[in-house]
Write a protein that binds this ligand. Structure first.
Ligand SMILES: Nc1ncnc2c1ncn2[C@@H]1O[C@H](COP(=O)(O)OP(=O)(O)OP(=O)(O)O)[C@@H](O)[C@H]1O
Length: 257
């Protein structure tokens, strides 16, 4: 499916983000014109401080850019009020961060349902969907009633992903989602993301890690707030050959990664 994705999910026009530190201005994103497509697993790479997270927050409506526009399916989200943005995000976006913040006072299932009930009117349907998705990521009913303090980091991250997916968002935004996990838990998380992307879920993910980036079918490379590289790869599969890794490695090496 991913090879022919050409339906525009979002576009940025002359996107800019500037932070002020005392009297000094830091231009972190500079005049970015970018088009992202439905169904893609888009990876954002680049050196530390190049503006990856800032870009992710600006295009997902988590933060307001200083200049320019972000059009999400043609709708200018930069023109929205904070209240409109909050509703927009709830309906259209799922978020997965390095540190998953499940609510400590709620069980795993209730954490997922707390997101679902904000949007979905059919409560019984939402419960059924939550259980199915949790099962799909290997979290069975022995986990559903547990509290965050009683589960592992990998289990919490998978529950966090289901919370991000429960409202069938148009885009999932992930910032180093495996960064805090050991390699086997990280692999579990990547498998889930790969699987939902195969089913058509658009994902935009920031990562430093080559193995993680290999999951994507489009790699954007950011340097000093500008996209200087844009690579298309075939969709990931478990038996993707070494050429795919070689292709990504050469792309990154050429850009000075
Ligand atoms: N809220 C903020 N206030 C002030 N400066 C910020 C803020 N957020 C980010 N910055 C600055 O913007 C620059 C880019 O930060 P950003 O987190 O986007 O980079 P990154 O590429 O994601 O880095 P890393 O790979 O290290 O996470 C950094 O110099 C950072 O200090």
């Amino acid at each position: 499916m991913n090879e022919v994705n050409n339906k525009v999910l979002m576009q940025t026009h002359k996107l800019g983000k500037t932070f002020s530190h005392g009297g000094t201005q830091q231009h972190v994103l500079k005049n970015l014109d970018l088009t992202l497509y439905h169904g893609d697993f888009t990876i954002i790479m680049g050196s530390s401080g190049s503006g990856k997270s800032t870009l992710l927050y600006a295009i997902s409506g988590m933060d307001k850019p200083t200049l320019g526009e972000v059009l999400f399916e043609g709708q200018d989200i930069t023109a929205m009020s904070n209240d409109q943005l909050a509703i927009f995000r709830r309906k259209n976006c799922g978020f997965v961060f390095q540190q998953i913040h499940l609510l400590d006072s709620m069980s795993v299932l209730d954490n997922v349902l707390s997101s679902a009930f904000l949007v979905q009117k059919d409560r019984a349907g939402a419960v059924e969907k939550a259980k199915k998705l949790l099962l799909d990521v290997g979290l069975d009913d022995s986990i559903w009633g547990k509290f965050p303090a009683q589960i592992s980091g990998g289990e919490a991250q998978r529950a966090g992903i289901i919370r991000a997916l429960i409202n069938s968002p148009k885009a999932v935004f992930a910032d180093e989602p495996t960064g805090a996990l050991n390699s086997s838990a990280g692999l579990g998380v990547l498998r889930v993301l790969t699987e939902v992307n195969k089913q058509g879920q658009s994902i935009i993910m920031v990562t430093h890690d080559l193995k993680t980036a290999l999951r994507g079918n489009r790699i954007l490379y950011l340097q000093d707030g500008v996209v200087i590289g844009d690579l298309r790869l075939s969709p990931y599969s478990e038996d993707s050959g070494p050429e795919r890794q070689q292709q990504l490695q050469s792309f990154l090496t050429e850009l000075g990664w």
